[in-house]
Structure formats: C-alpha cells, structure tokens
Ligand binder design. Structure first.
Ligand code: SF4
Length: 441
C-alpha cells in the first residue's frame, strides 16, 4: 500500500547476490528516510537501477534496463558495478538524461542522489514509518544472503571486480553476527554467506578480535561458521577457495552445525590454465582437498563453476579439465564459455579460442557433468532427507534439500503436500530423481 503524500522510488536490482545485498541496504535506508518503494517504472517519482558489470551481456542488460526506465519514466539514477570508470562514461554517452551515476556499494552516494533529485521531508509517523529490524529484504522471508566482506585481494585475469569494488574489506564480525541474529529473529531459516572470497574473511584485519553480545570473536571464517552454527538454522557457504585452512570448517559440517555444502569456484582443472587465470589457490592440490573433505564429511555437496575456452586453452588442457571433473565427481556444476570483459587482463593473452570450439567444448563438458550429477542424484533414492519449503501451490510443495542453494541448484518436489508453508522444514524419503531435481514421497 502506498501513501500519496510520500515520494516513491521504482527500484530495479540486477546481477549477483552481492548486488542484491547492496540493493537491500539502499532500499532499507530509503525506507527509513520515508520514501515509498513501488514495483513499476510508471508509478515512481524516480527510478533507481542497480547495474551489473560482470560480463558484456550483463552490461548490455543493464544499459537496456536504463533505456527502458528512461523511456517509461524519464527520471533515472544509476548505481552498481557499471557505475565506475569507462562503463560509467558509456552509460552517460548512451543515456545522457540519466540524473546521476555512482559505483558499487556506494550506499551513501546513491541515497544522497535520491535526496537531491527527489527532495523529501516526510512527516514523522512512528507507526507507518517502522522499518523491520532486519531491514528491507528482496529474498523470501525464510532465507537471506549475509554479505561478510566487500572487494577482493586477488587479480584473476578474466575479472574486473577488484577494479570495480576495490581490495578486500571484511565487515566486523560483531556487525555480521548482529545482522544474522536480527534475520533469525525475523524468521529467516537459512543464511547464505556470500562475499568475493569467503575463505579470505578477516585477512585484511589481521583476524582482529571483535565482540558480539560481549563475547570475543576472532574475525575469521572458522569462528564465524562456529558462531553462525549456534543459531540452529541452515548456514550455507558460497565462494570458498580450496585453501588448506578450509579443511577446519568441514568437521562443523560433519557435526551438523552448518550445512554440508561448499561452493568452490574451481574454474578449471589444468594447472597451466589456472596459472594464466591467476586463480587464488591455483597451486593447491584441489583433488586432494576434495578427498580430505569427503573423508571428514562423506555427505558433503560440492558445487562449482568452470570456464571453457579460456585464451590459450589447448585440447590437452581441456582433456585435463575433463579428467578433473571425472575424478572430482562434483554434485552441482555451472559451466560458462569464456567471454572477454572490457578492461580484463585476459583480453591481452594470446591464442584466443574460436567461438565454435568453445561451444563444442562446452557441450562435451556438459554431457559429461550432467551424467555425473544425474548418477549422484540417483544414489539419493530411498534416503530420508530434510527439505526447506520455498513455495506451496495447488499441486503440492516445492523446496530444497541441504544440497540445493536457491536459484542455482535443484529443487525438491513434494506432490500433494498442500498443508505446508514456506519456511517449514520437513523430512521425507526420496522416491525419484531426474538430472537436477528430487521427488519426496
Ligand atoms: S577471486 Fe578472482 S574472480 Fe573472484 S572476485 Fe576476486 S579477482 Fe574476481
């Protein structure tokens, strides 16, 4: 419900979960400042577009969305990953009517731009203006992303995120825990820990000791996982690199403190390509790490992403990659064809792979990995699993198991289970599986 006396903002959030968390923070502040948030361009006094600049297709989607907002509304403020450097210039060149452009995580600047172009002094109404203690969330009520740091200390040659977001800055552990506590109190049943490099949490602070409820906590991934594990909800880790210290987290998974799920973006299996990619932990023996993790926690779900067709990738490199995924037996895998990003150092590497060859390698990779993933899901038939319900419709309920992150992994279907609610946990036996999803009876 909107209040006619209030100024309203139309908000479009593009890109990854990290950008989504930025959007939530900006929206929370705008709501605190008394603005209404509306879901359309037309009814808004101003439109804010939070852009994604990760790859060229994401940039194009951002530019198209800005164009659409200009033609439907006319008053547009742009922020996010495209709001820096030459991308910001191309926004102004293509859309000179844009009111203001700010970069990623520029919360104060974008809020101040809104105040400049849409001045607003709301009459204080202590009831109508209440913002929930957990802030504005763009995810369903029962799960939330918990961003633990900004930026990244690595310089992968295909990536421009450090140029856009700067070096790693870890949030104080006390702030992270307070936010987690507020979310749990508000009904969140699953926290998804995100950052650019979760395993590096605290490196920039030299693992400084912080405080939560008067309790000293070291700013590091292990302490954070132990503390989050005390809430008794699902805690899922994303963007973890295979460093040896990650081994210490796995016992927490085996003990049920955090979910037995690790999202590790390996990106390739060939040491030569990983070196050219300048990947973190490229020198670590990933297959050995995986073996250690499975020895400690046999039920662990491993998700990863890979790039095929990186400049200089030979048929031998590609075969090494296929051998890697054959041996790693990963549960969930995403695969992308290399695409150059403006400003990335990999653009200058020799021997770019042709589009046809990239497509052919991508198909070979996917055929192999699909068979692995499907075979792994078949082994779940007959087992009892816990499912977190995401939605309920006339046919039954749809949820996720511990092996499934929202949006990117599979789903669990409970046919006929119409008496459940989103956020419920239910146990049941797996009766069927296909390439990605499970059915529970
Ligand atoms: S780890 Fe590499 S790919 Fe990830 S944000 Fe940092 S530089 Fe980019």
């Amino acid at each position: 419900m909107t209040d006619a006396s209030k100024k309203s903002i139309g908000f479009i959030s593009l890109g990854c979960p990290k950008a989504l968390v930025d959007s939530e923070r900006i929206l929370t502040q705008l709501k605190i400042d008394g603005y209404d948030i509306v879901p359309t361009f037309e009814g808004a006094d101003v439109v804010v577009v939070n852009t994604c600049g990760f790859i060229d297709s994401a940039k194009q989607e951002s530019l198209d969305t800005i164009g659409e907002a200009i033609s439907s509304n006319g008053r547009v403020i742009v922020t996010g990953c495209m709001g820096k450097g030459s991308d910001a210039q191309s926004i102004m060149q293509q859309h000179p009517k844009v009111l203001s452009v700010t970069g990623p995580a520029a919360y104060e600047e974008v809020v101040s731009a809104v105040h400049t172009f849409l001045p607003h002094t709301p009459a204080h109404d202590p009831f109508a203006d209440l913002v929930p203690p957990q802030g504005i969330k763009l995810t369903p009520r029962h799960y939330a992303y918990l961003k633990i740091s900004e930026g990244c200390n690595h310089r992968c040659s295909f990536c421009i995120i450090p140029d856009m977001r700067g070096d790693l800055v870890s949030r104080p552990i006390g702030d992270v825990m307070e936010e987690a506590e507020r979310l749990v109190r508000a009904g969140v049943r699953e926290l998804l820990v995100i950052s650019q490099d979760t395993s590096a949490y605290g490196v920039d602070t030299k693992y400084r000791t912080g405080f939560w409820n008067g309790r000293p906590l070291k700013t590091c991934m292990q302490t954070l996982c132990e503390a989050l594990g005390e809430f008794g909800i699902w805690v899922r880790l994303h963007y973890v690199y295979p460093y040896p210290h990650v081994d210490k987290i796995i016992p927490l998974m085996a003990e049920g403190k955090i979910l037995p799920y690790l999202d590790v973006p390996f990106q390739h299996g060939s040491p030569a390509i990983l070196k050219r990619m300048k990947r973190p932990a490229a020198a670590e023996k990933s297959l050995e790490r995986i073996k250690v993790w499975r020895d400690i926690c046999p039920d662990i779900t491993l998700r990863s992403t890979f790039i095929v067709g990186f400049p200089g990738e030979t048929e031998d490199d590609f075969d090494v990659l296929l051998d890697f995924i054959r041996e790693a037996q990963l549960d969930r895998v995403g695969c992308f064809q290399y695409s150059p990003v403006k400003g990335a150092r990999a653009n200058d590497l020799p021997n770019h792979v042709s589009d046809d060859l990239k497509q052919e390698r991508w198909e070979r990779f996917m055929t192999l990995q699909q068979a692995i993933s499907a075979a792994k899901l078949q082994t779940k038939i007959g087992k009892t699993i816990e499912t977190l319900i995401d939605e309920v419709n006339a046919d039954g309920a749809i949820g996720r198991s511990s092996a499934d992150a929202p949006e990117i992994d599979g789903r669990v279907f409970l046919e006929g289970a119409t008496g459940l609610n989103p956020g419920d946990f239910v146990e049941g036996e797996v009766t069927a599986a296909d390439d990605y999803d499970l059915w529970v009876g």
